[in-house]
Write a new protein. Sequence first.
Length: 245
Amino acid sequence: MLAGMRTVLLLHGFTHTGASWEPVGAALAGRYRVLAPDIRGHGTAGDVEPVALEAVLDDISTATDGPFTLGGYSMGGRIALHAALALGPARVQRLVLVGASPGLADPAERAERVVADEALAARVERMTIAHFADEWATTTPVLAGQPASVLAAVRADRLRNRPAGLARALRGLGTGALPSLWDRLGELAMPVTLIVGGRDGKFQAIAEEMAGSIGAAEVAVIDGAGHAVHLEAPGAVAATILRKS
């Protein structure tokens, strides 16, 4: 690593691995030291336990010394929010969220999601990873419209996982399992960039609402991209990170 080079740590979404960030990492190379670990329950960390928020936050804290930029997509973005609040601006100097939300604010809705995630986890455990990868790609509304090249790359990435690990991730890190952070967004003391795709109306609305509660926040809309902006437009995501460097 070059002396003085800054570090960016990137967290993947559910069913992905750190490899999903490789195109963004390649575009940041030379300007950042890029870390993209597999989150517990996924990829090479598929058998690491416990799959729980506090353990994952410890993994993030010890992944690098000193301050860093923290980014995350979807589930990884939700975890990144928790990490930014836990570690503070002395460690997390900047937060970059891609298609992410602070969770479910309504306790009843969260309780329903816990039940739904448990049911899905039980189903996943009975599937092959190939079966689950194909089903997830075709039944998750926010993933609709991805280009064929992205679909192929994402499927290959999902096949790096194992059903048991993904089931543990649903139970320990799913949307229902993690507490809502909507009422804590004002505590974020570092600059925050919220990246969303132009085709992702649901998360554009979420990003705009989040930005209204964060002291130093910007919303960056990437035209033509859907929910997984870093997969569909990695160059634009990297450029957004570099623009604020």
